[in-house]
Design a protein around this ligand. Structure first.
Ligand code: G6Q
Length: 549
C-alpha cells in the first residue's frame, strides 16, 4: 500500500476543493441549458468499450466537471490502487487478503502471484474439474443413488454464495438446459427450503452446498435439512449423500465432516470475496444450467471488461467514468441512492445482486486509516426492471423531492423477439431518460390547455441525471461485462472515498448476537436474560407465544 501514505484525506485533495467551488458555480444549470449550449453533447458525452455503449450526457456536468473528477481520480491514487489489486497485493488489509476476482477469469497462460505462487493454474484446474462434472450431470452420466439421472439442482448458500448464482441463472435462463430445474435456497426461514423442494424427487435431486467457510449458520441449517429430506426420501441409506451432495467451499475439513466426498468439492481461495465470487466455483449451478461453453464465454466477457478497466485512459474508462459520476451525484448533488433499471426482464435480479456488491463493499464509515469519514460513502443501490417500475415508483423519481440518479440498461436485440414488444420496450427506456432530463415546463403544460389549478401538478422539473448503457443483446459474455463493470465501479468509488471495499465487519455483530439468542429461545428453561429490556421482553413474549397451542 505504498500509495496510501502520499494520498491526502479526501476533503483535502485539491480536486475535491475545486469540485466544491465548481459545484457552486454550476448548480443552477439545467440539463436543458447544457444541451442547448452544445448541440453535440449527446454524442460527445459517451464512451464505448467491450460492446457496452455508455451515454452519460444526461448528467448535470460540464466538461470542467469531468476534468475535475478525473483529476480527483488521479489525486486519489486510483492508478496505484488498480495496479495493486491486479498485481495481487493484499489490499484487503483488514483481513490480510489479496483481492483477485480478476484472476478467476484470467486466461490459462496468465501469471498472477499471491505470496509468490502463480494462482492461475489453480483457477483453471478448478474450472476443468467443474467442466468435467457439469458434462457428467448434463449428459446424465452421473446417476443418483437409485440409478436415476439428476434433473433438479438445488443451490444452498446465502449472501455472496447465493445472490450471484440466482442472478446469473435468471439472467441467462434463455441459455439454460430446459429439461433441468434449478432452485435456490438461502434463507434460514424454513419456508424457503420447504417450498424449494416441494415438487422435487429426491432420487433426481442434487444439492450444491455453496459456502466459502462451510460454517454459515443459515447454509449449514439448510444443508442439514436437505440431508434429512434426502435420506427420508431415499430410505435412510447414508451412502446416498455422496451421490446427491456436492460442495463449493474453501474448507475441505468441514465439507468432509458433513459427509460430502471431497472428490466432489470444488474449491476457491481466500482472495475471492463472497460478493465477488459468482465466477468462481460458486458459479457451479450456472455452469450446470448454461453449459461449460457458455460459462467460459461469460468469463471471457468479464476478462474483456477487466482489460478495458486496467488499460483504458480514465476519460474513456467506463467503470472510472460511472464511478466518478456517482461520486459527483452523491457527494456534490446530495443524491442518496442510485436506481439501476434494466429494460431486460432477464435482469430482474440484477439490482438485488448489485445491492450486495455495492453496499456491502462501500457501506463504510471509516477510511483506510481508520478515521471517521466526513463525507457520504456508498449510495443506496436499488431498482426493478422496466417497464414495471414506471407504473409504480417512477413517480417519485420524476416529481418527488429527492434526486435519484438512474442507470438505465437496455439491449438492441431481444432474446425472445415477439411482435412489436422490443421497440415498445426501448421506446420506453429512451422516453424515461428524456423525461427525467428535460421534464415539462409550466408554459408547456399551459399550452396544452390544462386548467390553471392543475398546472403545478403536471409540471416536471426535469434536470434529473441518468446514464444509459446500451449493448447488443444479453449474452453470457455481456452479462460478465456488466458485472465486471459494476465490480470496478465499486473499486473506483472505494479508492475515491478511501475505504476498503473488500471487508464486511458490519455484518458480524448481528450474527454473534443471534448465536447467543438461539439457546435463549430453545432451552427448556429460560436462562437469565442479560439483554436490554426490549430484547429481553421480546424473547420472553416469543417463548410464551410459541408454546401456546
Ligand atoms: C460477501 C459476504 C457474505 C458471504 C455470506 C456467505 O461478500 O462475505 O455475503 O458471502 O455470508 O458466506 P459463506 O460462503 O462462507 O457461507
Amino acid at each position: 500500500m505504498s500509495t496510501k501514505s502520499v494520498i491526502k484525506p479526501l476533503t483535502q485533495r485539491q480536486a475535491w476543493k475545486s469540485l466544491g467551488a465548481h459545484h457552486k458555480k454550476i448548480s443552477k444549470l439545467h440539463l436543458r441549458e447544457l444541451f442547448a449550449a452544445d448541440k453535440q453533447r449527446g454524442e460527445k458525452m459517451t464512451a464505448e468499450a467491450a460492446g457496452l455503449f455508455l451515454d452519460y450526457s444526461k448528467n448535470r456536468i460540464t466538461a470542467e466537471t469531468l476534468k475535475l473528477l478525473l483529476q480527483l481520480a488521479k489525486e486519489s491514487g486510483l492508478r496505484g490502487r488498480m495496479d495493486a489489486m491486479f498485481r495481487g497485493d493484499k489490499i484487503n488489509f483488514t483481513e490480510n487478503r489479496a483481492v483477485l476476482h480478476t484472476a478467476l477469469r484470467a486466461p490459462r497462460n496468465a501469471k498472477i502471484f499471491v505470496d509468490g505462487k502463480n494462482v492461475v493454474p489453480d483457477v483453471h484446474a478448478v474450472l476443468d474439474k467443474l467442466t468435467a462434472f457439469a458434462k457428467r450431470i448434463r449428459s446424465g452420466a452421473w446417476k443418483g443413488h437409485t440409478g436415476k439421472r439428476i434433473k433438479s439442482i438445488v443451490n444452498i448458500g446465502i449472501g455472496g454464495s447465493d445472490l450471484g448464482p440466482v442472478m446469473d441463472y435468471e439472467a441467462l435462463k434463455h441459455y439454460a438446459k430446459r429439461d433441468m430445474k434449478f432452485v435456490f435456497v438461502s434463507n434460514v426461514d424454513g419456508a424457503d427450503f420447504v417450498e424449494a423442494v416441494h415438487d422435487l424427487d429426491p432420487a433426481e435431486t442434487l444439492f450444491i452446498v455453496s459456502s466459502k467457510t462451510f460454517t454459515t449458520q443459515e447454509t449449514m441449517t439448510n444443508a442439514e435439512s436437505a440431508r434429512d429430506w434426502l435420506l427420508k426420501g431415499l430410505g435412510g441409506n447414508k451412502n446416498a449423500v455422496a451421490k446427491h451432495f456436492v460442495a463449493v467451499s474453501t474448507n475441505a475439513e468441514k465439507v468432509s465432516a458433513f459427509g460430502i466426498d471431497t472428490a466432489n468439492m470444488f474449491g476457491f481461495w481466500d482472495w475471492v470475496g463472497g460478493r465477488y465470487s459468482m465466477d468462481s466455483a460458486i458459479g457451479l449451478s450456472t455452469m450446470l444450467a448454461i453449459g461449460p461453453e457458455n460459462y467460459l464465454a461469460m468469463l471471457a466477457g468479464f476478462h474483456e471488461l477487466d482489460e478495458h478497466f486496467r488499460t483504458a485512459p480514465f476519460e474513456k474508462n467506463l467503470p472510472v467514468l460511472m464511478a466518478l459520476l456517482s461520486v459527483w451525484n452523491t457527494n456534490f448533488l446530495g443524491a442518496e441512492t442510485i436506481a439501476v433499471l434494466p429494460y431486460e426482464n432477464y435482469l430482474k435480479r440484477f439490482p438485488a445482486y448489485l445491492q450486495q456488491l455495492t453496499m456491502e463493499s462501500n457501506g463504510k464509515h471509516v477510511t483506510l486509516a481508520g478515521t471517521k469519514v466526513n463525507y457520504e460513502t456508498s449510495p443506496i443501490y436499488w431498482g426493478e426492471p422496466g417497464t414495471n417500475g414506471q407504473h409504480s415508483f417512477y413517480q417519485l423519481i420524476h416529481q418527488g423531492t429527492r434526486l435519484i440518479p438512474c442507470d438505465f440498461i437496455a439491449f438492441a436485440k431481444a432474446l425472445t423477439p415477439l411482435g412489436r414488444h422490443h421497440d415498445i420496450l426501448l421506446a420506453n427506456v429512451f422516453a424515461q431518460s428524456e423525461a427525467l432530463a428535460f421534464g415539462k415546463t409550466a408554459a408547456e403544460v399551459r399550452a396544452e390547455n390544462v386548467p390553471a389549478a392543475l398546472v403545478p401538478h403536471k409540471v416536471f422539473e426535469g434536470n434529473r441525471p441518468s446514464n444509459t448503457i446500451l449493448a447488443d443483446k444479453l449474452t453470457p459474455a455481456v452479462l460478465g461485462k456488466l458485472v465486471a463493470l459494476y465490480e470496478h465501479i465499486v473499486f473506483v468509488q472505494g479508492a475515491i472515498w478511501s475505504v476498503n471495499p473488500f471487508d464486511q465487519w458490519g455484518v458480524e455483530l448481528g450474527k454473534a448476537l443471534a448465536q447467543r439468542i438461539v439457546p435463549e429461545l430453545e432451552n427448556k428453561t429460560l436462562p437469565p436474560l442479560k439483554h436490554d429490556s426490549s430484547t429481553n421482553n421480546l424473547i420472553r413474549r416469543y417463548r410464551k407465544m410459541k408454546s401456546r397451542a
